[in-house]
Design a binder for this molecule. Structure first.
Ligand code: TYM
Length: 333
C-alpha cells in the first residue's frame, strides 16, 4: 500500500498558492491512502522566526489545514518537532548527502540571496531533513507544488546512496505528485516570482484568512497588462501576470485555462477580475470562517496535534531503529 507524506512550513498563514498547489490535493488522498501531513516547524526556523509568531503560526496552520478538509480521523496531522525521529534521521542524512548535491539546490540559492555566507547552516541542509521527513515513514507518494521537485529528486538520491552504501533495500523510491494547473501560482505583484507566505509584500498573495474585502482589493490591484484576454494559451506567452490570473480562475473553478479564455476572450481585465474575485470569495470564505472557529479553541487543536504525533511516532520509531541497526549503531537495551 502507498503511504502519503507531505509537509508545510508554519512560516506564515497559508496562501492561495499553498492551497491550490498542495493542500487541496491532500484532501482526497486521505480518503484513499494512509496519509501523514506535517507542520514542519524545524524547517521554518532555517530562517529566523519570532518565537511568539512561530507559536501562533503553527496553530494557524493546523486550523487552516483542518478548515481545508483534512480530518484527524482520516489522516495523521502533526507537528514535526513533536516527533524527534525526523531530526535524528535528518542528521544521519547529513552524513549521506554530498556537498556537491546540496550545491545544486536552486531553492537554497533563491532563499539565501546575495549574502550566502550569512545563511544558516540549517538552510543549506534543509533538503536532507526533508528527505528524512518522508523516508522515516517509508512514504512513497508525496503531493507537492512544482517548486519541491528538485528536493524530491535529492531525497531519492539519498535513499539510493543509503541503500547502496549499507547493502540494504530499506528505503523505497519516492514518487512526487505534482498535480493540477496550479502547481505554480505566481505573485500578484510580479508574475515571475512564486506566491509565497514569506514574501514581505502582503499584496503579493491571498492568505487563507483574508476577508472578502482584502481579497477584492488584492485582486483589483493585481498587476496585469493593457492587452485584452486572448483566445488561446499560447497567446499568453510573455504575459506572466495575465497567465497567472487565468490559471488561478481555472484552478478555483475546476476547469482548464483554455475554457476560461474561451469564456472571456476579447474582454479587458476589469470585468475578468470581478469574476475572479467572486469565485475566490465563494471558495475561500467558508474556509476562513472555519479556520477562525477552530482557532477559538487552541486546546482542542493542540490535543488533535498531540494524537497525530503519537500515531506518527508509532510508525517512525521502528523504521529509525531499522536504519540504526543497518548502520551498525549499538542498540540501547
Ligand atoms: P512550503 O511551506 O513552502 O509549501 C507547502 C506546499 O505548498 C506548495 N506551494 C505552492 N504551490 C503552488 N504555487 C505556489 N506559489 C506555492 N507555494 C508553495 C509547495 O510546493 C508545498 O507543496 N519544503 C516544503 C515543506 C516540506 C515538505 C517535506 C514537503 C518539508 N518536508 C516533505 C513534502 C515532503 C516547503 O517549503 O513547503
Amino acid at each position: 500500500m502507498q503511504r502519503v507524506f507531505s509537509g508545510i512550513q508554519p512560516s506564515g498563514v497559508p496562501t492561495l498558492g499553498n492551497y491550490l498547489g498542495a493542500i487541496r490535493n491532500w484532501v482526497p488522498m486521505q480518503e484513499q491512502h494512509e496519509s501523514l501531513f506535517c507542520i514542519v516547524d524545524l524547517h521554518a526556523i532555517t530562517q529566523f522566526q519570532e518565537p511568539a509568531q512561530l507559536l501562533l503560526q503553527t496553530r494557524e496552520m493546523a486550523a487552516a489545514l483542518l478548515a481545508c478538509g483534512l480530518s484527524p480521523e482520516k489522516c495523521i496531522l502533526f507537528v514535526q518537532s513533536h516527533v524527534p525521529a525526523h531530526a535524528e534521521l535528518g542528521w544521519i542524512f547529513n552524513c549521506v548527502a554530498r556537498l556537491g548535491w546540496l550545491n545544486r539546490m536552486t531553492q537554497f540559492k533563491d532563499k539565501a540571496g546575495k549574502d550566502r555566507e550569512a545563511a544558516s547552516a540549517g538552510l543549506y541542509v534543509y533538503p536532507n531533513l526533508m528527505a528524512a521527513d518522508i523516508l522515516v515513514y517509508k512514504a512513497t507518494s508525496v503531493p507537492v507544488g512544482d517548486d519541491q521537485r528538485q528536493h524530491l529528486e535529492l531525497a531519492n538520491d539519498i535513499a539510493e546512496k543509503f541503500n547502496h552504501d549499507y547493502g540494504v533495500k530499506l528505503f523505497p523510491r519516492i514518487e512526487p505528485h505534482i498535480l493540477g494547473v496550479a502547481a505554480r501560482v505566481m505573485s500578484l505583484r510580479d508574475g515571475t516570482k512564486k506566491m509565497s507566505k514569506s514574501d514581505p509584500s502582503d499584496q503579493s498573495r491571498i492568505n487563507l484568512n483574508d476577508d472578502n474585502d482584502a481579497i477584492a482589493l488584492k485582486i483589483r490591484r493585481a498587476r496585469t497588462d493593457a492587452e485584452p484576454i486572448p483566445g488561446h494559451m499560447l497567446q499568453l506567452e510573455g504575459r506572466a501576470e495575465a497567465r497567472n490570473l487565468v490559471g488561478i480562475l481555472a484552478a478555483i473553478t475546476n476547469t482548464m485555462p483554455e475554457n476560461v479564455l474561451r469564456e472571456h476572450e476579447g474582454q479587458g481585465f476589469g470585468s475578468f477580475k470581478e469574476v475572479l474575485t467572486e469565485a475566490l470569495v465563494a471558495h475561500l470564505s467558508p474556509i476562513r470562517a472555519e479556520m477562525l472557529r477552530l482557532l477559538e479553541d487552541p486546546g482542542s487543536l493542540d490535543a488533535a496535534l498531540r494524537r497525530g504525533a503519537e500515531k506518527a511516532e508509532a510508525i517512525a520509531n521502528p523504521i529509525l531503529a531499522e536504519v540504526k541497526q543497518a548502520m551498525g549503531f549499538l542498540a540501547r537495551r
